[in-house]
Design a protein around this ligand. Structure first.
Ligand code: FMN
Length: 169
């Protein structure tokens, strides 16, 4: 296959794959590095490189699950609280091998939408790199991430746009 055919196949094959379909296998550090590196190659206006990614694995990921569950419980009116939803938050995070928080940093040098667009393109690069490496992944954007405090340090000029789940399939 020539380069154009390879690219077309990867773009066509890319799908969101959810934690229930991930195996327990570890994604190798080499592949994680490759996926993150691809993100940093996304186009960005005035070279602001507005994406901020933090990788959660093992113990840190377990803490993220607990914090997300606690936020859900604290922000949900009691009569709307669902035990299933609460458990599902934990299940999804625990089932993923690696989670990357997607944060945009607003530099003030270009309009905010341009930095969100550049960060989204970085995420698309991760999606495509996952596809090429047979890693399942998806972008999750629940409201809960607005309240993350212990797992993530969000500066005044930053916003968390969600979590990128990854797992071997
Ligand atoms: C900005 C963004 C946010 C998303 N947030 C969620 C989400 O919160 N929950 C979810 O199930 N999927 C989410 N997705 C994944 C979409 O549901 C998915 O891309 C769509 O269903 C199309 O499927 P595909 O990715 O396999 O083409 C998000 C995708 C994008 C681009």
């Amino acid at each position: 296959m020539n380069k154009a055919e390879v690219l077309k196949e990867i773009i066509e094959q890319r799908r969101s794959i959810f934690p229930k379909d991930y195996t327990d296998a570890e994604i190798s550090q080499e592949i994680i590095d490759e996926i993150l590196h691809s993100a940093t190659l996304a186009p960005n206006h005035k070279r602001t490189k507005p994406w901020r990614f933090k990788i959660f694995k093992g113990e840190e990921k377990a803490k993220l699950a607990s914090e997300m569950q606690a936020i859900y419980k604290a922000t949900q009116p009691e009569q709307l609280f669902l035990e299933k939803k609460y458990n599902d938050i934990g299940f999804k995070i625990n089932k993923a091998n690696v989670i990357v928080s997607i944060v945009v940093n607003f530099s003030g040098m270009v309009p905010e939408w341009e930095e969100i667009a550049a960060t989204s393109m970085a995420v698309q690069n991760m999606y495509l790199s996952c596809t090429a490496n047979n890693v399942g992944c998806y972008w999750s954007s629940p409201k809960i991430v607005d309240y993350l405090k212990e797992s993530l340090t969000i500066e005044e000029n930053q916003k968390c746009l969600g979590l990128f789940y990854m797992g071997e399939v």
